[in-house]
Write a protein that binds this ligand. Sequence first.
Ligand code: WQD
Length: 339
Amino acid sequence: MKILVTGGLGFIGSHTVIALQKKGYEVIIIDNLSNSSLKVLEGITSISFKTPEFEKLDLRDKLGLKEFFVKHQDVSGVIHFAASKAVGESVENPLLYYENNIAALTYLLQNLVKLPEQNIIFSSSCTVYGEAEDLPISEGAPVKKAMSPYGNTKQIGEEIITDTCKANDKLKAISLRYFNPIGAHPTAEIGELPLGTPQNLVPFITQTAIGKRKELSVFGDNYPTEDGTCIRDYIHVMDLAEAHVVALERIMSSKSKENFEVFNVGTGIGSSVLDVIKAFESASGENLKYKIVDRRPGDVVAAYADTQKANKTLGWKAKRSLGQALKDAWEWEKSQDKS
Ligand code: WQD
């Protein structure tokens, strides 16, 4: 069975390709290489001994996309990762985000609804919940007004898919709302490749430990949490990757009654920034240099997932620990330093 992975050379995409190959799927990747590299294809091959089919294509290229689907009518499912993901950049350049994340999604769906098999998994984010009133956060929690154009594209993306499902009986979709994906493949052949200075906590930690950054700034220690730092739900990227495969299998086997469903993908465990630092130090054996600075505007105090729906309905549960994820992230960082 052939699965199309858009953005399949990116961080979560590449790990999902591995999870798909492990289950015997044939994978075809589309990526425009704007935030990824062909080296990732080599990394995938050295893990799975299978090179996925690859086409360099930008989803905004309407004609190119149409031609792609004319050639690949036999795609049984699509996992759609290709999108821009930097919150700050989206505030500076909102139109880029609306074009990359919204226009591209509509073009993809226009082609998908003409295929014999119409299944799509959408990359969404816990950012749609904003500062949730109840913890852990369940899928029933209200979607809040987005704080950034990036967050807005995830909300609008879900709405576009909902409406398209209503108008097309054959279309089945699942939106996965990710909490905080971290880590790397345990072989250290693939991992996260942040462009420039990392905005996310874990790549900043590993780059500091290796000496690429002077020290980590911890954004605020006066939040209403036990140690005063913010709480997040950090999930190993391979656990997240495997959630995509089970979600796709659910819609491909028509197990769901609804043709659009939403699932939280997290571990259900909340960790503070200081917890992550301590866990990193013990996983790596390194001492991390850090200082407490002002809060970062826009950060929510705490977010962690109620995972019951994913556990029961998808039969999926995160199985890797925070320590394992940080160890894998560290091994990946060290392997990058050598190359
Ligand atoms: C985690 C914690 C920071 C960096 C991410 C994505 C966002 C969305 C949700 C995407 C926070 C603290 C960070 C640093 C720090 N998902 N921190 N020093 O904010 O939860 O957002 O997940 O689809 O797009 O960015 O993740 O890794 O940026 O921060 O103290 O240098 O670490 O304040 O508490 P966040 P993050």
